[in-house]
Write a protein that binds this ligand. Structure first.
Ligand code: GLN
Length: 483
C-alpha cells in the first residue's frame, strides 16, 4: 500500500479498494517502524490523522470526490498548524503551538488531505543538508550516511522512503528542488506569490515560497492544486486564476524550445552529473523538444547577492523571537537585556545566529549601500537575464545541484562550501520564477536531479515537461533499498 502515488491513492479511494482510514493506519505504522532510521518527522499527529481520515471516508460515502480527499500528507514544520507544535526545527519554538492554521494547511485540510505529522527541517529553513535542525540531522534513505538535502530534508526523506506519498515544503533558495534532487523526488517551487505565505514562518519574505514534494510530476500537480491560489491575508499573494494543473499534463513537447545556459557547465559541476543532464536533454529531444544554447551572464553573482539578501531579511524576520513576543525564554533573567540576550543565545543554533549577524551587518548604516543595495541591483540583473532568455526559449534546463548528496558532517566546518552548492537553485528565487527538479539518474548510487525553469505562472508547463519525461523514463520509479 505504501508504494502508491497520490494519483494511485485517489483512484483506489474512488474505486473503494481501501479506505483512507486503512491507508492512514498502514502509513502511521510504517512511520513508527522506519522513521527512527531517518529522523524525518518532528511530530506525528496520529489522532488528527485518524479523525481526518474518517471524515474524508464519510465525505466520499456521501458522494464527494477529489484527488486529495483522504490523501495522506505531512507538512514541513514551518507551516502553522492550530494546536500542534510548529517548531521551525528550532529550540526557539519547541514549545510553540500555533494558534491558527497556515492558509496552505487550511486549504489542504478543506480538500480532505490527511495530516500525518510535521516534518524535520533545517532550523528556520537555513541550510542545504538538514543538519542544522535542533531535532537532529535527517538521513538520506538512499544512503544513511549521506544528507537528504535541505532545508526540506524531512519532507524529502519521508516521501523518498515511502513513508507517505507527498508532503509540503518551502523553497527560499532551493529547499524544495535540492532535497528533491538528493532523494530522487519531483519538487516544484512555484512562482513567487502563487502559494500563500500566510502562516508559513518567514525566513526571507521576498524569496520564500511553498510548494509540493512528491515522487512524480502528476502528484506535484495534485498537491499544488490544493496549495495554490490568491489569499487576501498575504499581501504578496497574486490574484491570478489557478489553472487545472493535472489537465496541463497532456500537451505534446513537439517544438518546445529548451534553453541550456552555457554557464551551467562550468568547472564546479561533477562531470558525471553533466553527462546525466546531457542524457535528459537527448530524451527530451526525442520527444520533440528543440535545444538552444543560451547565456545567463550574471549567474556568477547570484550566490553572494542571495547570501546578503536572505540573511538581511532573516535578521529582521527573526527579531520577533526574543523570549517576550515569541519563543524560548531563558531562566531567571537579571534584567531585560539579559533576557533578550540569553533567550536568543539559547534558542537559536549557530547557523541561525551566523545569518542574523551577517544580515544585521549588511543592513547597518555605512554598509547598507555597499552590500544590501548592491545585492538588490544584482537581483535585478539576474531577473533581466531570465527575461531575455525567455524571449527565446520556453523553458530553461540544467542540473539542480553541482554534486550529489554529501556525507553527513562533510560541510559542517565550512558554511561557505555549503552555500556554493546552491548555485543552480537560488537564481529562480531571486527572480521569483517557478522551478522544478525531477529525477535524472544516479551517481555512486545517489540520485541526481535535472532542473527546469519557466516564465512566471508557467507551473503547468514545468509539470507537463516533467510528466512527459517521466512517461518515457523510469528514474523516478526507483526505490531506495530497505524502504
Ligand atoms: N540553502 C539555502 C539557504 O540556506 C536555501 C534554503 C531554503 O531554500 N530554505 O539559505
Amino acid at each position: 500500500m505504501h508504494q502508491m502515488t497520490l494519483a494511485e491513492i485517489a483512484r483506489g479511494l474512488a474505486d473503494k479498494k481501501f479506505s483512507s482510514e486503512e491507508l492512514t493506519k498502514v502509513l502511521l505504522a510504517r512511520i513508527t517502524q522506519l522513521d527512527p532510521q531517518l529522523n524525518s518527522f518532528i511530530s506525528l499527529t496520529e489522532a488528527l490523522a485518524l479523525e481526518q481520515a474518517k471524515a474524508a471516508d464519510a465525505r466520499r460515502a456521501n458522494g464527494e470526490s477529489g484527488a486529495l480527499l483522504g490523501a495522506p500528507i505531512a507538512h514541513k514544520d514551518l507551516f502553522c498548524t492550530q494546536g500542534i507544535r510548529t517548531s521551525c526545527g528550532s529550540k526557539m519554538l519547541d514549545n510553540f503551538k500555533a494558534p491558527y492554521d497556515a492558509t496552505v494547511v487550511a486549504k489542504l485540510a478543506a480538500a480532505g488531505a490527511v495530516t500525518l505529522g510535521k516534518t524535520n527541517m533545517d532550523e528556520f529553513a537555513m541550510g542545504s543538508a538538514n543538519e542544522s535542525s535542533w531535532y537532529g540531522a535527517v538521513k538520506n534513505p538512499w544512503n544513511l550516511e549521506h544528507v537528504p538535502g535541505g532545508s526540506s530534508g524531512g519532507s524529502a526523506a519521508a516521501v523518498a522512503a515511502r513513508l507517505l506519498p507527498a508532503a509540503t515544503a518551502t523553497d527560499t533558495g532551493g529547499s524544495i528542488r535540492q532535497p528533491a534532487a538528493f532523494t530522487n523526488l519531483t519538487g516544484l517551487k512555484p512562482t513567487y506569490g502563487r502559494v500563500s505565505r500566510w502562516g508559513m514562518i518567514a525566513y526571507a519574505s521576498s524569496l520564500d515560497q511553498g510548494g509540493p514534494l512528491a515522487r512524480t510530476a502528476e502528484d506535484c500537480a495534485i498537491l499544488l492544486q490544493g496549495m495554490a491560489g490568491f489569499d487576501q491575508n498575504d499581501s504578496t499573494s497574486i490574484d491570478e486564476p489557478v489553472p487545472d494543473y493535472s489537465a496541463s499534463l497532456g500537451d505534446s513537447l513537439q517544438g518546445l524550445r529548451i534553453g541550456v545556459p552555457k554557464e551551467y557547465f562550468s568547472a564546479g559541476l561533477d562531470p558525471r552529473i553533466a553527462e546525466l543532464i546531457q542524457n535528459s536533454i537527448k530524451d527530451l529531444q526525442k520527444l520533440g523538444a528543440v535545444i538552444k544554447e543560451i547565456s545567463l551572464p550574471n549567474m556568477q553573482h547570484a550566490i553572494p547577492a542571495y547570501y546578503v539578501i536572505a540573511p538581511a531579511e532573516a535578521s529582521s524576520n527573526l527579531s520577533r523571537f526574543d523570549g517576550v513576543r515569541f519563543g524560548h525564554r531563558c531562566e531567571q533573567p537579571k534584567d531585560l537585556i539579559d533576557l533578550y540576550k540569553r533567550s536568543r543565545g539559547e534558542g537559536f543554533g549557530p547557523e541561525v545566529q551566523r545569518r542574523i549577524m551577517v544580515g544585521a551587518y549588511a543592513l547597518s548604516a555605512g554598509y547598507y549601500d555597499a552590500y544590501y543595495l548592491k545585492a538588490q541591483k544584482i537581483r535585478r540583473l539576474v531577473k533581466n537575464d531570465f527575461m531575455a532568455a525567455f524571449n527565446e526559449v520556453d523553458i530553461i534546463l540544467g542540473p539542480t545541484t553541482p554534486n550529489p548528496a554529501w556525507k553527513l558532517g562533510a560541510k559542517n566546518s565550512d558554511p561557505v562550501a555549503a552555500y556554493l552548492e546552491d548555485v543552480y537553485t537560488i537564481t529562480a528565487n531571486l527572480a521569483g520564477l517557478p522551478g522544478l527538479s525531477m529525477p535524472a539518474g544516479f551517481v555512486d548510487g545517489l540520485p541526481v536531479g535535472v532542473q527546469l525553469l519557466a516564465p512566471y505562472f508557467q507551473e503547468g508547463r514545468l509539470l507537463n515537461v516533467a510528466h512527459r519525461y517521466q512517461l518515457n523514463t523510469d528514474w523516478h520509479t526507483r526505490t531506495p533499498t530497505g524502504f
